[in-house]
Design a protein around this ligand. Structure first.
Ligand code: PLP
Length: 459
């Protein structure tokens, strides 16, 4: 099949760092224009953006109200450093988020992306205990098969060893327990609830072994994205996790960078599990790609401890609270509410799930189709009974991506490590504005791409 993708070296004029990107390496079209759920390249080819890039573009592309908000803000003032000024969009965005946040989350700290939001959460959690005179706490417990970002602190808590190992030793101490991965780990005679308690109790056992007084926090994504393909927990898992954190005096940090801001059908993914964290990291859908922005949110207990202690959080970045980024994010969040898009996420999410099951549910190499809202994952396997992952040497994720791009589909294939082997899934995170026609287009193109990739791999 003739690929229309061009060599990155040809189109980049050589000075950009395309060669450092793992996925497409040598072949990359040039994005020219956005049009709702579509991206159009310089050759006029249209791609349906079924993953919002990496679960970013939740409003689709070229949204007029967001563009107008950015223009208006730049006309007023593009940037004012938070060391000297606050700004109206930053204040309003903070109010908007806090008034909708779960539990006692009452404060927001803006940063420029997901890794920064996680870093800020880790550091604030550490500083919280330092201010309480509990400086002996230095350990974080997170989960295998997780991704929390690529900066050194976020990498330390991330659960994929291949990402961490080359950069060891890490500045932050972290240990990893099992993720809640029912498709692979639930015993045949075990109910979802019993499984959820069993796997959550691993945290309690580990706390007993290391001593809870040495631990700062447990870190987890409510619905795991890039490393496990929209892996949602079983009912009761996070409630038990919350109980264990409280009982042992450690904090709960939820990373909603990918699954948050409406992606799963509620503004915060953890709402569906009936829990609220002490710290929450968000990004991606917050600004929907119109501007780079992330946020760390925390409870009054944490905020007040620091305010009444040293008085300031020992952290900061030049672009935090960037007025134009905040104006864009505020317009995105308002559009989601004004257009009742969370209802559409739930309706279209159910339709996408049904369509994926119809098209791929009986395929010999599809082990699981899962997710919540417009956050869906399709796990590929060599064998549906043994659930054995495909041979990593086939590099099926690269093949799926190539076939999808050829067909005008943007999806997000990836994989975490399963029992030491690379697993494979395709992640879908289309814009909240999609309709049934888009669902049909995504499903058809994805089905064709997966089948073509498996054929090309000789499976
Ligand atoms: N946390 C999660 C759950 C993510 O999925 C990501 C990015 O994919 C990050 C953190 C890091 O965000 P960023 O790439 O914006 O630094």
């Amino acid at each position: 099949m003739g690929l229309r993708l061009r060599q990155a070296r040809e189109c980049s004029r050589g000075s950009m760092t395309h060669v450092f990107h793992r996925q497409l390496k040598a072949a990359m079209p040039v994005a020219a224009k956005g049009d709702g759920p579509y991206i159009v390249d310089t050759e006029g080819k249209k791609y349906i953006d079924a993953s919002g890039g990496a679960a970013v573009s939740c409003l689709g592309h070229s949204h007029p109200r967001v563009i107008q908000a950015i223009k208006d803000q730049v006309d007023q003032i593009a940037f004012a450093h938070t060391g000297f000024f606050t700004s109206e969009p930053a204040e309003q965005l903070a109010d908007h988020l806090v008034s909708r946040a779960p539990g006692q989350i009452n404060h927001v700290y803006f940063v420029s992306g997901g890794s920064e939001a996680v870093e800020a959460s880790l550091k604030l959690a550490r500083q919280y205990f330092l201010e309480k005179g509990e400086g002996q706490r230095s350990l974080f417990i997170a989960r295998r098969q997780s991704y929390h970002g690529n900066t050194l602190g976020a990498l330390s808590v991330g659960g994929n060893e291949w990402r961490r190992t080359p950069f060891a030793p890490m500045l932050i101490d972290a240990e990893h327990v099992s993720p809640c991965y029912g498709y692979r780990d639930r015993q045949p005679d075990e109910s979802d609830e019993a499984y959820g308690l069993r796997v959550a109790d691993e945290l309690e056992s580990r706390l007993k072994e290391v001593g809870p007084e040495k631990v700062i926090a447990f870190v987890a994504e409510p619905v795991v994205g890039a490393t496990a393909g929209a892996l949602a927990p079983v009912p009761g898992y996070f409630k038990r996790i919350r109980e264990i954190c409280d009982k042992n005096g450690i904090l709960l940090i939820l990373d909603e960078v990918m699954c948050g801001m409406g992606r799963t059908g509620t503004l915060f993914a953890c709402e569906q599990d009936g829990v609220a964290p002490d710290l929450l990291a968000t990004a991606k859908g917050l600004g929907a790609g119109y501007m780079p922005i992330g946020a760390m949110m925390c409870t009054s207990e944490i905020y007040d401890t620091i305010r009444n202690g040293s008085g300031f959080f020992q952290h900061g970045h030049t672009y935090m609270g960037h007025p134009t980024a905040c104006a864009a994010a505020l317009a995105v969040q308002r559009a989601i509410e004004e257009d009742d898009l969370l209802a559409n996420v739930r309706t279209m999410g159910d339709k996408l799930d049904a369509a994926l099951h119809d098209r791929l549910g009986n395929h010999a190499n599809i082990g699981d189709i899962r997710g919540r809202g417009l956050f869906r994952g399709i796990e590929l396997v060599a064998d549906r009974v043994s659930k054995e992952p495909l041979d990593p040497g086939l590099k099926i994720d690269g093949l799926i991506k190539r076939e999808a791009m050829e067909r005008g589909l943007i999806c997000y294939p990836g994989g975490g490590t399963i029992d030491g082997k690379q697993g494979n899934h395709v992640l879908l995170a289309p814009p909240f504005i999609i309709n049934e026609t888009h669902v049909a287009e995504i499903t058809e193109k994805l089905g064709d791409s997966i089948e073509a990739a498996l054929r090309a791999a000789g499976v």
